[in-house]
Design a protein around this ligand. Sequence first.
Ligand code: FAD
Ligand code: NAP
Length: 283
Amino acid sequence: MNDMTEQRPVTDTAAQPVLPDAQTVTSVTHYTDRLFSFRVTRPASLRFRSGEFVMIGLMGDPDPRTGRQKPLLRAYSIASPSWDEELEFYSIKVEDGPLTSKLQHIAVGDQIILKPKPVGTLVHDALLPGKRLYFFSTGTGFAPFASLLREPETFENYDEVIVTHTCRDVAELTYGANLIADITSDEMMIELLGEENLAKIRYYPTTTREKSAKMGRITTLIESGELFTDLGVPPLDPATDRAMVCGSLAFNKDIAALLEAAGLHEGANSEPGEFVIEKAFVG
Ligand SMILES: Cc1cc2nc3c(=O)[nH]c(=O)nc-3n(C[C@H](O)[C@H](O)[C@H](O)COP(=O)(O)OP(=O)(O)OC[C@H]3O[C@@H](n4cnc5c(N)ncnc54)[C@H](O)[C@@H]3O)c2cc1C
Ligand SMILES: NC(=O)c1ccc[n+]([C@@H]2O[C@H](COP(=O)([O-])OP(=O)(O)OC[C@H]3O[C@@H](n4cnc5c(N)ncnc54)[C@H](OP(=O)(O)O)[C@@H]3O)[C@@H](O)[C@H]2O)c1
């Protein structure tokens, strides 16, 4: 936590539900003028697999004719792990976005709507066993991996967990960088995940517009082989490598083409494969 985070105990009055499927905001952290994260109370009945998403939102503006308000819902990856007693989300702020133009102003004690029906393909069940697990993400596509990186199962079946996160600017990497720094130094997380498991994480952040230690689209770094040289690992191999991908449609399409060219096949919950993909947003 830092001074960008607002956090205080939720009072009894704040916890009174006024929305359908209401949950109460327990902390909010802003990273840039386009990115923030927040935590909410977790419905007692909600079970999910780390990596899944749910629909969340707020009540929309009243209909000018009827005065009626309808819920305004959007898909959001749950960024917290399945064992966490609260739920965490990592969000974009779209200036004229119907939901996030409002959601970006939530404060501790406010309520959001959360439909407790988790779904998604970025789950361990959709991957065949392997040795090396890649998480390829851009922008808010890091969110499902924030969940999976805190899930003990992630480390059980792999020797290495390679996390790539590409953003335009350095500040947009902050949420992911902080999370990895936190889980590898926090005593509770070290005890839960195991020191030897945390040592399996290879974090590979890159930027494309602002200068940083590593620049370039991850697709370019895969094609050139630079990613593998930098990490000292062999090129992608369907016998050993598994991947989960989360970014824009264009990013997902380009990464999928590279993974398929290397001989990996896309999997699903019903038919596990060597890689799985989910959109970080539509458009
Ligand atoms: C499966 C799935 C999981 C998602 N998980 C998340 C998540 O964890 N965090 C999150 O912030 N969003 C996530 N989204 C996107 C989210 O559903 C909304 O689109 C987003 O909250 C913006 O809502 P809005 O109503 O303000 O604008 P919308 O009308 O939904 O979007 C307006 C435009 O903003 C851009 N945009 C929308 N979302 C993003 C984004 N995340 N990053 C960059 N540009 C974007 C697109 O160009 C889009 O056309 C997810 C979408 C899908 C399909
Ligand atoms: N990020 C900002 O500062 C900013 C500000 C205002 C508005 N927006 C708008 O918000 C929307 C989303 O922006 P975003 O930055 O969150 O997401 P984004 O445009 O998907 O870019 C996120 C990262 O992914 C990279 N990338 C994009 N397409 C790729 C592909 N096909 N293969 C490999 N890498 C790819 C980008 O590299 P490149 O830089 O090479 O594209 C960037 O580093 C866009 O419509 C954008 O115009 C963004």
